[in-house]
Design a protein around this ligand. Structure first.
Ligand SMILES: Cc1ncc(COP(=O)(O)O)c(C=O)c1O
Length: 348
C-alpha cells in the first residue's frame, strides 16, 4: 500500500529508536529531564527565541499559545482555511473562551487591509481583538510556503494594531529546508511558534512551542492545566533531537517528490492539481470522474490519500515514500481514471 494520507504516518527508524532507548531522563514536570531541556533549547535557538516547551501534540501547542495571548471574550484572527479553525475541535472557544474570526487569504497570506478590517474598533460593546495566527506551511492550501516578505508585512501590521502574533508552524521546517532559509528568519517574526516533530521530521510524538521566557513560563502553567505535563519524557524528546540532527535535510526530498507527483498528475486528463511548494499535493477530479468511485478504486489498487474537502484529495510525502512510490501512485491514478471516467473518450 502506498499511503499518502499524511506525513504523520512516518515511523521511527531503528536508529531513532536506539537514541530514544538510551536517552538520559528526569522528571520533566520539575524541569529536570536533560533531554527535554536540550530539545527545548535547541528548537528555541533554531527559531530565534529565548525559550521552548515540549508539548504532546501540535493541537496542544497551538491551544496553549492561544491561551497565553488571550483573555476569555477576546477574538483571534486566522485565515479561513487555518488548521486551528477547521481541525482543532473548536478548542479556542472551550479552552480559552475566545472567538475565532476567519478571514480569506491568498494561499495563507492575509492582506494587511483584510486583517485591519477584522480588528474590532475599540468600543465598549465590541469584543477585543487580541491575536493574529498564521500557518506556514499551509496545510489546506496544499503545503503552500507563505512568503517571508509577505509575513514580515502582515505581522508588522498586526503588531501595529496591538495584536499578538502566533505561528502554527507545524510544518515550518518543510518550508525552511526547501527554501534553504534559516528557520529563525520566520520564527523571529512571531511572538510564539508551535512546531511539530511528529510530521515530516519523523518523530513518533511531540511538538515544541517557543517564545520569550515570560510567554514560555505562562505556557508551562497552561500545559499543566491542559494535562500535558509529562515525566520521564526525554525518551520522546530524544526522537525529536535525533530527527533534527538526521532528518531535517531530507525534507527537501519530500518536496521534490511532491513536485514530481504534481507534474505527473498534471498530465492526466480529468485531474486538476493545485500548485505545491513543499510536501503536500492537493488535487481534485473534474465532473467526469465520480470522486467516491475514484477514491475507492485507487485504494483497491494500493493507493490511499485523504479527503480534505468535498472532491479534494490531499497526498503527503514523507520518510518512507520514495520517488518510485510517487511514480507508481501516478500510474495507479492514471489507470483508475481510464476506468471510471464518464461521457468522454479517454485518449492514451
Ligand atoms: C498545520 C497543522 N497544525 C497543527 C496540527 C496538529 O498537530 P497534531 O496532530 O500533532 O495535534 C496539524 C496536524 O496535522 C497541522 O497540519
Amino acid at each position: 500500500m502506498i499511503d499518502l494520507r499524511s506525513d504523520t504516518l512516518t515511523k521511527p527508524t531503528d536508529a531513532m529508536r536506539r537514541a530514544m532507548a538510551f536517552a538520559p531522563v528526569g522528571d520533566d514536570v520539575y524541569s529536570e529531564d536533560p533531554t527535554v531541556l536540550e530539545l527545548q533549547e535547541r528548537v528555541a535557538g533554531l527559531l530565534g527565541h529565548e525559550a521552548g516547551l515540549f508539548v504532546p501534540s501540535g493541537v496542544m501547542g497551538n491551544q496553549i499559545c492561544i491561551k497565553v495571548h488571550t483573555q476569555p471574550g477576546n477574538e483571534v484572527i486566522c485565515d479561513d482555511e487555518a488548521h486551528i479553525f477547521h481541525y482543532e475541535t473548536a478548542a479556542p472557544s472551550v479552552l480559552s473562551g475566545v472567538q475565532l474570526v476567519p478571514v480569506p487569504s491568498n494561499r495563507g497570506l492575509m492582506h494587511p487591509d483584510m486583517l485591519a478590517q477584522a480588528v474590532r474598533p475599540d468600543i465598549y460593546y465590541n469584543a477585543r481583538t487580541a491575536l493574529y495566527c498564521a500557518e506556514n506551511s499551509h496545510n489546506r492550501h496544499g503545503g503552500a510556503s507563505v512568503s517571508l516578505e509577505g509575513l514580515k508585512h502582515v505581522t508588522s501590521h498586526a503588531r501595529g494594531l496591538g495584536l499578538g502574533v502566533h505561528l502554527d508552524g507545524a510544518r515550518l521546517f518543510n518550508v525552511t529546508a526547501t527554501e534553504g532559509v534559516a528557520p529563525a528568519e520566520y520564527g523571529k517574526l512571531f511572538d510564539t511558534v508551535s512546531l511539530c516533530l511528529s510530521k515530516g521530521l519523523g518523530a513518533p510524538v511531540g511538538s515544541v512551542i517557543v517564545g520569550s521566557r515570560d510567554h514560555i513560563e505562562a505556557a508551562r502553567h497552561y500545559r499543566k492545566m491542559f494535562g500535558g505535563g509529562m515525566r520521564q519524557v526525554g525518551i520522546l524528546a530524544a526522537a525529536g533531537l535525533y530527527a533534527l540532527e538526521h532528518q531535517y535535510e531530507r525534507l527537501l526530498e519530500d518536496s521534490a517528490n511532491a513536485t514530481l507527483f504534481a507534474q505527473l498528475l498534471h498530465d492526466i486528463e480529468g485531474i486538476d492539481v493545485e500548485p505545491t511548494d513543499t510536501n503536500i499535493v492537493v488535487f481534485r477530479t473534474d465532473h467526469t470522474i465520480p470522486y467516491e468511485e475514484f477514491e475507492s478504486s485507487c485504494a483497491g489498487e494500493g493507493l490511499r490519500f485523504a479527503l480534505i474537502k468535498p472532491g479534494y484529495a490531499r497526498a503527503v510525502m514523507y520518510l518512507g515514500i520514495s520517488r518510485d512510490d510517487v511514480i507508481r501512485a501516478s500510474e495507479i491514478i492514471y489507470s483508475v481514471v481510464r476506468r471510471v471516467r464518464r461521457d468522454v473518450e479517454v485518449t492514451p
